[in-house]
Design a protein around this ligand. Structure first.
Ligand SMILES: NC(=O)c1ccc[n+]([C@@H]2O[C@H](COP(=O)([O-])OP(=O)(O)OC[C@H]3O[C@@H](n4cnc5c(N)ncnc54)[C@H](OP(=O)(O)O)[C@@H]3O)[C@@H](O)[C@H]2O)c1
Length: 304
């Protein structure tokens, strides 16, 4: 069976399709036949050798998000049987490429996998786990109550897009910063005020709750109220001393019950996702090139 390996850290050309032995389901594990694997910015960074915690040693396999069908189950697996449609997430920073979603089949603990609701296709499903979980967990860290004003950057992207939708659903008033020319989509997912990508943050007001999904970092500090909090997806510069801005960088946690709720919301059409393009496994390098382009309208997904 084929996987996409990073042969050495570098550009898209270091992605190689290679044969590996068939994965076997160990105790408590399921083998999933992967039909779709999302391509995320963290994969692009990991391909270049940039990871959180210990670095991965090549060759390693990329990919957090996967959707497909259960192919085999190991001893002690009680939640799944072969043939079940599933979606799941590899907590990649914990395993560093020992297993990754860019593969025809993967063996993973059943705790990384959920039944995939009927009507939710594999390609759409593979855009959900990492990004919807991150958005929900970012919002959870903000000092908000229904009616709060929330600022979200990167709102046309995956994390920002879910953050906008979840914040609107929670009853907040959302000001969202869109990507290039993508204001219409951001309005469509419910943002109350939509600002362009090149927004000057000194003129947008002061927010006590900010999801910096891009992250934009210090350019948006003028938009943060004294005592306000900014949660971001990656480390950014410290706010000026004395500005009274609380900052937190968050790393996603694979919270399966939360993920089940979010996947259910997407399946029911209450949370929207977008796919820009799919690529077969052997075109993984082209998929990474496409994912690195600005102005995408949704996720790039591999279809092994
Ligand atoms: N900490 C964690 O656990 C975690 C989890 C998931 C993701 N992340 C990180 O979160 C970030 C976003 O991920 P994603 O999957 O949402 O990415 P994505 O789907 O590529 O979306 C990024 C969006 O941000 C827009 N953008 C870029 N620069 C901008 C700016 N200066 N102002 C406003 N919008 C801007 C982009 O628009 P253009 O097309 O115009 O560039 C794009 O629409 C990445 O850095 C990713 O690594 C972290």
């Amino acid at each position: 069976m084929r996987v996409v390996e990073v042969s050495e850290p570098g550009g898209p050309e270091v992605l190689r399709v290679v044969e590996r032995p068939e994965p076997v389901a160990g105790t408590g594990e399921v083998v999933v036949a992967v039909e779709a694997a999302g391509v995320n910015p963290t994969d692009l960074a990991a391909r270049q050798g940039m990871t959180v915690g210990d670095s991965a040693s090549p060759p390693y396999v990329l990919g957090w998000d996967f959707a497909g069908t259960v192919h085999a189950v190991g001893e002690g697996v009680d939640r799944f049987a072969p043939g079940r449609a599933v979606v799941g997430m590899v907590p990649w920073y914990a395993v560093h490429g020992r297993v990754g979603a860019y593969a025809e089949r993967i063996a993973v603990p059943q705790e990384w996998v959920l039944p995939r609701p009927e009507g939710l296709g594999a390609v759409d499903a593979a855009t959900v786990p990492l990004n919807a979980l991150t958005a929900a967990q970012l919002l959870d860290r903000l000092p908000v109550r229904p009616g709060s004003q929330v600022l979200v950057t990167g709102a046309s992207g995956a994390v920002g897009g879910y953050a906008v939708q979840l914040a609107v659903r929670a009853g907040h008033r959302v000001t969202a910063v869109a990507g290039t020319g993508d204001e219409e989509w951001v309005r469509g997912i419910g943002a109350h005020v939509v600002l362009p990508r090149d927004t000057d943050y000194s003129g947008v007001g002061e927010f006590s709750a900010v999801v910096d999904a891009v992250p934009v970092g210090e350019a948006l500090f003028p938009a943060v109220a004294r005592g306000g909090k900014v949660v971001s997806t990656r480390p950014v510069a410290d706010a000026p001393a004395g500005a009274g801005i609380v900052q937190e960088v968050m790393l996603v946690d694979l919270d399966l019950p939360l993920l089940e709720r979010l996947v259910g919301e997407v399946a029911a059409g209450r949370l929207r996702t977008r796919v820009e393009r799919t690529f077969p496994l052997e075109a993984a390098a082209d998929a990474h090139r496409a994912a690195e382009e600005r102005g995408r309208r949704g996720k790039v997904v591999l279809t092994p």
